[in-house]
Design a binder for this molecule. Structure first.
Ligand SMILES: [Zn+2]
Length: 260
């Protein structure tokens, strides 16, 4: 016997709501179900196959809300996508009304409903690494909406700059300044899944002593010394002979030029 569950009975847990909100602010989309007389909406999220593990994690968390998960071809480009669809439910329709007040996805007071998990999902969706900088792709939103997101992130301890995207007219994205010391990443860290950890700053490392002065410090794992001063000192120690030879050579050269 198959038990059919009434869509109306599918309620979101607070955790599922966070995943939905983070996904909607990120890569996902809500659409209304016309057949159900517009009383419900469904969520669709689409991830590249490299992020299949992440898509499956979302589906797992959304549990009985999920209608299906499948791998699809991406417009004949040879790439595959992992797509998650939920059922159409009234509780998603309620979120739809906040996020799409005029049919277009927009940033409004609803973004203040995002907690640590929702923020982590948004960052896993749209966060990216550019050298030591961390960006969030917000090109879908206006300058005013980016300002609102900036304000929201600042409330979570991030220092944020709105950057102009040179690739398209009127497009913006967010840059989280000094990611290695940003409180924001400490807030979302417990919710970041291992396959997405590469998006995090390399700063969440253990404290270690500086080999030159012994001071205990933390931060970027690639950093061996606590300060520029100690780095220079270590460099000098390592290359002492070369520095001395270079100094001697330049003195000799100066002498020869004088005598010439
Ligand atoms: Zn030091």
């Amino acid at each position: 016997m198959v038990l059919f569950k009434k869509r109306e009975d599918i309620k979101m847990t607070p955790e599922q709501e966070q995943i939905v909100l983070g996904t909607v602010l990120g890569d996902g989309n809500l659409s209304i179900n016309k057949k159900a007389k517009y009383s419900s909406a469904r969520l669709r999220c689409n991830h590249g196959i490299k992020q299949a593990e992440y898509a499956d994690w979302k589906a797992d968390k959304m549990g009985e809300m999920v209608s299906f998960v499948k791998t699809v071809d991406n417009n004949g480009w040879g790439n595959k996508n992992r797509v998650v669809y939920t059922y159409s439910t009234p509780s998603l329709r309620e979120i739809y009304d906040s996020v799409y007040p005029s049919g277009r996805k927009s940033v409004d007071s609803w973004v203040n409903r995002l907690g640590p998990l929702g923020l982590a999902v948004w960052y896993m969706d749209d966060g990216s690494v550019s050298g030591s900088a961390r960006h969030i792709g917000t090109q879908a939103f206006s300058l005013k909406e980016n300002e609102r997101l900036k304000e929201m992130l600042m409330g979570w301890g991030a220092s944020v700059k709105i950057r102009f995207d040179k690739r398209g007219k009127g497009y913006y994205f967010l840059e989280i300044e000094k990611p290695s010391t940003s409180e924001f990443f400490k807030v979302i860290e417990p919710h970041i899944i291992p396959s997405m950890a590469y998006k995090m700053p390399r700063a969440m490392d253990k404290e270690r002593p500086c080999p030159v002065c012994g001071a205990v410090f933390s931060g970027d794992v690639r950093k061996v010394y606590c300060s520029k001063k100690c780095l220079k000192m270590a460099d000098y120690e390592r290359n002492k002979d070369a520095y001395k030879n270079r100094a001697r050579r330049s003195r000799e050269k100066a002498r020869q030029e004088r005598n010439a």
